[in-house]
Design a protein around this ligand. Structure first.
Ligand code: ADP
Ligand code: MG
Length: 440
């Protein structure tokens, strides 16, 4: 089976010890998987977390090579498998199609100032649907808990025998395209327009994709008319999403818009304590405080560092100490920076500005593209050690003086326009966060 081939491929990339400690323990769950979702069962939470933080991305990329679709990888602990199965056949409503992450619940969500508003709205709508909260739009930076809270809503209403669909905007699009190809759009509509809760993650992905926006517009209208709950998450407000139709923007603003802020120190401490408890990790208060004050705001990265430290401590048979904590943070920061590639910068800039990555390297003089190219240059110069001649070559520009000219233009623009500065800061964050997600 292809899934086994993929796991075998990993053998070449990692040490034998790691392979037999973690990868060999993974069992592919054919029934729970879909074309865009691979589910693996593992014996315990420790292995699950280790695979999630270290190998998920690799497995997903290997799979992409074989099948040309990049699936989401879900690792489930054997003892939780029962819960996952039950999502599929719940009461007499068999049409629950999506798999929620059973560990993302309200109980496991640490509430602090930064996320209290979103938490309370999420709780409210899972107790009772209310028109004033339809749709709910949750937005905030990477790793701040949007997917967690969306799953928490799903898990909580599922217990009340409601029909829930949880998908990312990308899965919605893939599903849509497959249905068109197979001439089964009626089944697509039947599925998405007949649920009590439609939970859509990362809606910014719809930006610039007109066909799917048209379809989602009708899905939205029908559900809203029937007073069914719609919850969406995104990294921005509806207004800020480029290439999103006005009629959708205005509808998305009908209900409640709520943001998740980066966690403050106290919340970070509470999160670290909770993650340690869940993973049965012992760690001194002094070290917790040190980690909380020195780690960045991405909670996914906070989790990653704790697991890394725990693995390290268990290998050398000692408790986690301050030196180890300091080194782990230093290493991660260094890796974050080292791993930023030009391709990655291009990918993120083109995604944000809704143009094709190849256009940035083209000779096009189109205003948007020229502007995107300047942004790439600026980010590459501030985040990577690439020289101007090298950038010129990479971007198919004449020579280093054209790069230097572009750099001057964008620097002036930043000094004059606060919006440009904010946009660039946001992209910088994205690039750094994306890296940190891969390196933990
Ligand atoms: P986002 O979707 O905003 O990028 P996620 O929901 O995927 O972020 O969160 C990243 C990781 O951090 C997840 O493992 C999640 O469980 C954890 N996390 C985020 N916020 C919290 C929180 N308030 N309490 C506990 N864990 C959290
Ligand atoms: Mg998410």
């Amino acid at each position: 089976m292809i899934e086994n081939d993929i796991l075998n491929d990993l053998k070449n990339e990692i040490s034998e010890a790691e392979y037999s400690a973690y990868i060999s323990k993974m069992k592919y769950d054919e029934n729970a998987s879909r074309s865009d979702l691979m589910v693996f069962i593992v014996p315990n939470i420790y292995i699950a977390n280790w695979i999630k933080t270290k190998y998920s991305e690799k497995i997903s990329r290997l799979f992409e090579i074989y099948k040309r679709i990049k699936p989401e990888i879900r690792i489930i602990v054997e003892s939780q498998k029962k819960d996952v199965k039950s999502l599929k056949i719940h009461g007499n409503k068999p049409q629950i199609r999506s798999i929620l992450n059973p560990s993302y619940t309200f109980d496991s969500f640490v509430v602090g100032e930064s996320n209290r508003f979103v938490y309370e709205i999420a709780k409210k709508i899972s107790l009772k649907q209310a028109e004033a909260y339809n749709p709910v739009w949750i937005y905030g930076g990477t790793g701040l808990g949007k997917t967690h809270i969306l799953n928490a809503i799903g898990n909580s209403v599922l217990d009340k025998n409601k029909t829930v669909i949880y998908v990312t905007a990308e899965q919605f699009l893939n599903d849509f395209l497959t249905r068109i190809q197979n001439h089964t759009m009626d089944r697509f509509r039947d599925k998405y327009r007949n649920c009590d809760y439609l939970l859509i993650d990362d809606v910014q992905f719809f930006g610039g994709k007109e066909g799917v926006q048209e379809e989602f517009f009708h899905t939205f209208n029908e559900l809203h008319d029937k007073k069914k709950q719609i919850v969406m998450t995104s990294d921005k407000t509806p207004k800020q999403i480029l290439g999103l139709e006005e009629r959708l923007k205005s509808r998305f603003e009908w209900g409640m818009i709520a943001d998740i802020q980066p966690p403050g120190l106290e919340t970070k401490i509470a999160i670290i304590i909770q993650k340690c408890r869940l993973n049965q990790i012992e760690i001194d208060t002094e070290i917790i405080n040190y980690l909380a004050s020195n780690i960045n705001d991405n909670i996914r990265q906070i989790e990653g560092i704790i697991l890394k430290l725990n693995a390290q401590a268990s290998i050398i048979g000692q408790n986690i100490n301050l030196t180890m904590a300091k080194n782990a943070i230093k290493d991660t920061q260094k890796e974050n920076l080292e791993n930023i590639t030009l391709e990655n910068i291009i990918k993120i800039v083109s995604k944000e500005l809704n143009i094709k990555p190849s256009e940035i390297k083209s000779k096009s003089r189109n205003k948007t593209i020229a502007n995107a190219r300047r942004i790439v240059i600026y980010l590459a110069r501030t985040l990577t050690p690439n020289s101007m001649p090298h950038l010129a070559q990479f971007l198919n520009m004449k020579d280093h003086s054209s790069v230097s000219k572009a750099m001057k233009m964008i620097t002036t623009e930043i000094a004059q326009n606060i919006n440009t500065k904010m946009m660039l800061d946001e992209m910088k964050n994205k690039i750094q966060n994306e890296q940190s997600d891969k390196t933990v």
